[in-house]
Design a protein around this ligand. Structure first.
Ligand SMILES: C[S@@+](CC[C@H](N)C(=O)[O-])C[C@H]1O[C@@H](n2cnc3c(N)ncnc32)[C@H](O)[C@@H]1O
Length: 370
């Protein structure tokens, strides 16, 4: 490694330590050993305004410095497109990245790992976080799963290039990897809508699952769940509005043909659609209506804020009229009733911060309580 790369790495680690993201020596030592730029040799995409991205290749000016800034670096777009594939800009959504180092290390600290623990990571990505984990724990105790075969192959090459050899699995991490378990810790570096039962089954009772619970209303929080003997798991949100790209099989389905949004029962509501502009309220609404997607329709001189659950056909349209909020809804689940009930409980509790909440996962579903 060049002196410049070493100096940049030391400077970044010092910043992460001063900022409280790296809190203990073992993680500082492990991160100090892993050269992030070797996991980004294929280049990355730099944000170029609104939803546009432009490539930065490894011989471009500024590539090395960017590898050691505390930033997420997008490495794949739209499921297949890599930095060398693009000249100019591309306007599509990122599908793989190297997570910002402060979050990688904060999560490793939050995972409360001790030597000798067996860890399953979901979302290998570039392999950087896998490398830090395996450097601390040893290859034999780390398994990492990546959904995308091309991403997985590049991560494997980068890890082997560093002589790091954890168990690498290509597949859907939502199913876990029972052959490598039971695990003392599971950590996900992609977002999940619901905590998979497989993760609970593959974690030793007393073990921890660290994952970002998100959804289609686009609000998410990091949760640390303890797995219990009875096959349930529960634990706190850790705060910080952590967000990750959602696990690929949990991407929202196409909206399809819109239902007839004029047909439902209408009434006033004390909870207006403006609650969906607030991160924590939106996160709670997402628990209430976990399969709902949001859209806004401007028609007849007013905006209707619509939640649609494609799977069940349920929908709710909320709009403001004469200084009041009105909801019209229909379907097998009354989506806005559920949102009102959840937000009502949160308001009654005095709107506590997200990190005061507990997530509980049972076979019948996951709940949020204060
Ligand atoms: C933010 S990136 C991971 C960052 C990575 N830990 C690093 O340090 O470079 C998220 C990764 O999760 C992967 N992913 C998404 N859904 C997945 C799933 N169901 N199972 C395994 N990996 C998944 C994506 O393909 C992507 O590479």
């Amino acid at each position: 490694m060049t002196d410049q790369a070493q100096a940049l790495r030391t400077q970044l680690l010092n910043e992460l330590t001063a900022g409280g993201h790296v809190r203990t020596d073992p993680w500082k030592t492990a991160a100090g050993t892993v050269p992030r730029h070797d996991f980004l040799r294929g280049g990355f995409f730099r944000h170029a305004g609104s939803s546009a991205w432009e490539p930065v290749l490894h011989d471009d000016p500024g590539w090395l410095e960017a590898c050691y800034r505390d930033e997420s670096l997008v490495t794949q777009i739209a499921g297949t497109i890599l930095p060398p594939d693009i000249r100019g800009q591309i306007l599509r959504e990122p599908t793989s990245s190297s997570t910002l180092p402060s979050l990688v290390l904060r999560m490793l600290e939050d995972l409360q790992v001790e030597p000798g623990m067996r860890v399953l990571e979901i979302g290998t990505g570039t392999g950087y976080s896998t490398a830090v984990l395996a450097t601390r724990l040893g290859d034999d105790l780390v398994t990492s799963i990546e959904y995308d075969p091309d991403v997985a192959n590049r991560a494997a090459a980068a890890l082997w290039g560093q002589d790091i050899h954890p168990t690498l699995v290509t597949g859907d991490g939502l199913h876990g990897h029972p052959d490598g378990g039971p695990y003392e810790r599971i950590i996900a570096t992609c977002g999940i809508k619901t905590v998979p039962t497989a993760w609970i089954e593959q974690t030793r009772p007393g073990g921890l699952i660290l994952a970002t619970i998100g959804g289609w209303l686009m609000a998410s929080e990091l949760a640390r769940l303890t797995v219990h003997e009875d096959g349930t798991a529960s634990g706190p949100l850790l705060g910080g509005q952590v967000s990750f790209m959602i696990a690929r099989p949990q991407s929202p389905p196409p909206l399809g043909l819109l239902p007839d949004l004029s047909a439902g029962a209408e009434r006033r509501t004390g909870i207006g659609a403006d609650v969906l502009d607030d991160w924590t309220s939106r996160f709670i609404a997402q628990f209430a209506a976990p399969n709902a997607q949001r859209l806004t329709l401007n028609q007849d001189g007013r905006s209707e804020h619509v939640l649609i659950d494609v799977g069940s056909g349920a929908w709710a349209a909320v709009y403001e009229e004469g200084g009041h909020w009105v909801v019209r809804q229909d379907g097998p689940i009354l989506l806005w009733d559920a949102v009102e009930e959840h937000l009502g409980r949160w308001h009654a509790a005095g709107k506590p911060a997200a990190e005061k909440a507990t997530v509980t996962v049972r076979p019948e579903g996951q709940t949020l309580t204060w």
